[in-house]
Design a protein around this ligand. Sequence first.
Ligand code: ADP
Ligand code: MG
Length: 592
Amino acid sequence: MLELKNISKIYRSGSVDVKAVDGVSLKIFSGEFVAIMGASGSGKSTLMHILGLLDRPDTGTYSIAGQDVTRLSDDQLAALRNRIIGFVFQQFHLLARMTALENGELPLIYAGRRGMQEKVRHELTAVGLADRVEHRPNELSGGQQQRVAIARALVNDPFILMADEPTGNLDSKSKDEIMGILRDLNAQGKTIIMVTHESEMASYATRVIHMRDGKIISDENRKVPENFQPTENAQSVIKEILAVAHQTYDPAKFLDSFRQAVYAMVSHKLRSFLSILGILIGVAAVIAMLALGHGAQASIETQLSSLGSNLLTIRPGRERVQGVALESGAGTRLNFQDMEEISELPSVRRVSPSVTGRVQVVYANNNANTQIEGVNVDYAPMRASEPVVGRFFTDEEVRSRAKVAVLGVTVAQALFGENDPIGETIKINLINFTVIGILPPKGASSWRDQDDIILVPVTTAMYRLLGKDYIDSMYVEGDSPEILESLQETITQTLLKRHRLNNQPNPEDAFQIRNMADIKAALETTTKTMSMLLGSIAAISLLVGGIGIMNIMLVSVTERTKEIGLRKAIGATRRDIMMQFLVESVLMSCIG
Ligand code: ADP
Ligand code: MG
């Protein structure tokens, strides 16, 4: 059945070579019950691992039923382990979270044989566990666990049963039970190879091989086996198994991987929960970052639109007299004639004057110190300042220097709190004004609160409140963003001509014209930079989160090497294991 020729296995530990198995040649016949004995460290387990296709020898040839197995692929070895060899280990190696029935079913799953629970029940009954099929390993005694392991080894009807110290962890009563089972199996024709260091256990065997330092030192055959299984049968089965072992992944196996993955997740609730939490936080961070980016952009866009579009602001320049900077407008001042002339230039859509100053406002017991701005009717559409409550003032009110005021939100709140200010009378610098509207909130820009303002007709501001006969600045709206630059030039020329400044040393310093479109463009670049920044932070946090998840999965793989080892021993291929872990990770990611 098995034939070893000159098999060696050398472990290199540091500079010393340990010859765990040293030139062993051995034939084991079908139907034999072989006990391998020897002191600890004599190479019994190593030999057993080679016999069981769990390990490859360094030298020598090994054939099963005439088939050389030393050069088979990993998948083919896995298939052979699954179908023609059954393993029983000293530590039982049952999967803790599964019932006896589910443990017994594993080799069937890896063999791709589904719906064969009856077979598992049958084997469990044969080892005397008919009433324990739904129990988990921790609800079973050592002897019972080992019997489950034997049933598991037998579900695929292997030709050979291998047991490494199967009774090493058991009490004497259980030992006898287990050995009885093995003896019965041998009587039914199974080839059994057992490693043991107890001679009582060896007495159940028909052949005893003694090992020392990796070599066979004696081989006594007590009884010629009667129950030979025909080797031809094994030969044809092996050929069949090897032929299909290379086939592509069976999609039906995916369901099994899926089930195993769900089992693993459910049975390690805390670990699964933590992984899912990691994914959740990672994804939430990315979404939050992106949302913040979009929010910031939207907010900046709102502020930008509140500035008005295609807007130029014109104010007198700061002149210097003998190197000393003067107050803005000290030299040149803008007036209504300038405004008139500018409004008649081509491509100018609207013009509004602006006169500003600080005033004290009083209503009942409340008072505030705020900025006042005198403007005309065109200001509202230009600066996106149509009142949300009430109305803006009219041309007639501008002409008649009417005492009406439109309040910014901050001022309205300071004076009126929650009350309705429309129609109320407030005192601005001790003069009574009627509140006719509330401006839309514009928010604070970096330098000041844009809502801390009162708008009044420009004439009222000039002649009734501030005592000015000139205007501080002008807003000019062009037809389109493209013409702003040339418009800027035309306006400068017009003003210089009007004020006869052309022959001054630095005529262009006489007026400052600011282009809002430029400011807007600058702000938009800033926003883009910010979104990119947030985006990259999000990307980094995703990467970090991903690495975290990767680590958890890696640790979980390391922690489960034992489980993986067992699954491989009973016939799982590399792909089966990978599939199980992959499905598990993907499933957790999806849940997260
Ligand atoms: P036994 O099962 O008879 O007690 P083993 O087959 O487990 O002995 O080990 C035989 C020898 O090989 C021992 O000296 C052991 O230290 C060594 N050995 C076993 N496995 C390894 C390994 N993976 N790496 C290095 N040395 C090993
Ligand atoms: Mg051992």
